[in-house]
Design a protein around this ligand. Structure first.
Ligand code: SF4
Length: 498
């Protein structure tokens, strides 16, 4: 374990993000202990049934989307039966918030709000769209988790097969099935899709959707490259650099998106409204940054990797409710701080610190890592740019354009590896897992680019694993790979201490 991790509550980890970013820390009231606290544990759904009854008997009050987790299984979210989830009321609220998003979207539609489906850019268009009144934005791309959560019973991938988008594409093709059936989220009245320096998968899927009659606003994102010496360079959130020309190009593309959104919403967005939307997004990002600092830095892991993964997703589009996403994150942060201050966690302090690259198509794999003796201590789930604060001192559209170009996926995997190394070192990682996504075209060889750079720069072991939406059939292999990685890292730790 690193010296940093041994110090305890993560207080010595830097509060600022990479290069110039300054996260707004949540104030001290979040460290107050919860009256419903129990020894932190990851528990099964059956254990959650009992825990929920106890919490209710003890007077737990919930948001209107609250309730026992079991009801989601009855609605088809079968994977919950195989997960182990954190036992805090904060985690209960997080799961209920996540799993009630479709209800929230249907309610918004019923209330006459306008729905925007943003695709691919992961973090920018929702900031723009949510600044407009009565507009709710979400990522249809999020349907890529439906085959996992519903253990493939929804048949979405089979519908995509029938439309010519087969398993040579990544699981995001589930979007097609969800849009055809309309059985999950309501079909949005406007879709946006960024193209250019992104993958072919989502472009092909969005083209298919447009061919089926859905309105898509396409916008271009150029490949981010390092500026030539004669070019004006611009500093991006997160530490990358781009050329001024590329920033201007993206700003103009976002201007087209903004105009389409304004037309759809029948509202002219003012600079003040957009600045307020950016400040709101930064509040969410600030809370997440603080949660990550506490959860990844504490000696005994205070919040499991699974809940941390779900929490990070809130940064992308606020799970269709900005205000509630802030409240959910505040609860999680309060719980994590309270546990860290008490020196208790869900895993032993000896757990090997693992930096995880790419989101897992099967959520259960986050449990497997912890069962193997690891813990998450840092992440790159392909949207680090949505965790960095958006510069509020810049004109709002330029700030958003810079954020788009800060996306780790619009540059080279070698650049992405540099940020992974910096973040992994910052969080004291002892190993890195690159979890590949089957069929993903964003970079079929990313593991062979990122892995060697991490090994050379940090001298820590790297495992490259592929994670399909349901891993049951390959669980023994995955488990063995993760155990081997953890054992190797633990061996390195012992050698370093000698
Ligand atoms: S190919 Fe990669 S970037 Fe494209 S949708 Fe799939 S996971 Fe996302």
């Amino acid at each position: 374990m690193s010296d940093r991790a041994e110090k305890g509550d993560g207080a010595d980890l830097p509060r600022s993000g990479p290069k110039g970013a300054s996260y707004k820390s949540a104030p001290s009231p979040f460290s107050a202990p919860s009256p419903f606290s129990a020894s932190p544990r990851r528990i099964t759904l059956e254990e959650w049934d009992r825990r929920y009854a106890e919490l209710r008997a003890a007077g737990l009050r919930e948001a209107d989307y609250g309730g026992p987790l079991r009801r989601h299984v009855e609605d088809g979210d079968l994977r919950l039966r195989k997960l182990r989830m954190d036992n805090s009321p904060a985690a209960l609220r997080l799961w209920n918030f996540l799993l009630s998003e479709e209800d929230r979207l249907h309610q918004a539609r019923a209330e006459g709000k306008r729905l925007v489906g943003a695709m691919k850019d992961l973090g920018t268009v929702p900031v723009l769209a949510c600044s407009l009144p009565d507009v709710v934005t979400f990522y249809p791309d999020g349907a890529w988790w439906i085959p996992c959560i519903m253990e493939r019973t929804a048949g979405l991938l089979e519908i995509a097969d029938g439309l010519g988008i087969d398993d040579s594409f990544c699981p995001v093709r589930a979007v097609l099935g969800a849009m055809v059936t309309g059985a999950h989220f309501p079909v949005p009245g406007l879709l946006t899709c960024s193209v250019g320096a992104t993958c072919d998968d989502l472009s092909a899927i969005a083209q298919r959707l447009e061919g089926m009659g859905h309105r898509v606003v396409w916008w271009e994102v150029p490949h981010r490259r390092r500026p030539e010496p004669h070019e004006e360079a611009v500093e991006l959130p997160g530490g990358f650099r781009a050329t001024r020309r590329h920033v201007e190009l993206v700003e103009s593309e976002l201007g087209r998106v903004r105009a389409a959104l304004e037309e759809y919403a029948h509202w002219r967005l003012t600079e003040g409204q957009l600045a307020a939307g950016i400040a709101y997004a930064n509040q969410v990002r600030g809370l997440l940054a603080e949660l990550r600092r506490v959860a990844f830095g504490a000696a005994a892991c205070p919040m499991p990797g699974l809940e941390m993964l779900v929490a990070e997703m809130l940064a992308i589009h606020f799970c269709s409710d900005r205000g509630e996403s802030v409240a959910v994150l505040e609860d999680l942060l309060r719980e994590a701080r309270s546990r860290a201050a008490a020196g208790v966690g869900v895993l032993p302090a000896s757990a090997v610190r693992v930096f995880w690259v790419n989101p897992v198509a099967d959520l259960r794999v986050m449990n497997l890592l912890e069962d193997a003796g690891g813990r998450i201590c840092g992440t790159d789930y392909m949207f680090c740019h949505a965790l960095d604060p958006i510069p509020e001192e810049l004109p709002p559209m330029e700030a958003l354009a810079r954020m788009v170009l800060a996306d780790p996926m619009v540059g080279s995997p070698a650049d992405r590896a540099e940020r992974i190394c910096a973040d992994a070192a910052r969080f004291g990682a002892e190993a890195v897992v690159i979890s590949r996504i089957p069929g993903a075209s964003h970079c079929a060889l990313e593991g062979s680019v990122i892995g060697p750079i991490v090994r050379r720069r940090l001298g820590i072991p790297v495992a490259d694993v592929e994670v399909p939406p349901v891993t049951d059939a390959m669980e023994p292999t995955l488990r063995t790979r993760l155990e081997a990685l953890v054992e190797t890292a633990a061996h390195h730790r012992k050698q370093k201490k000698r």
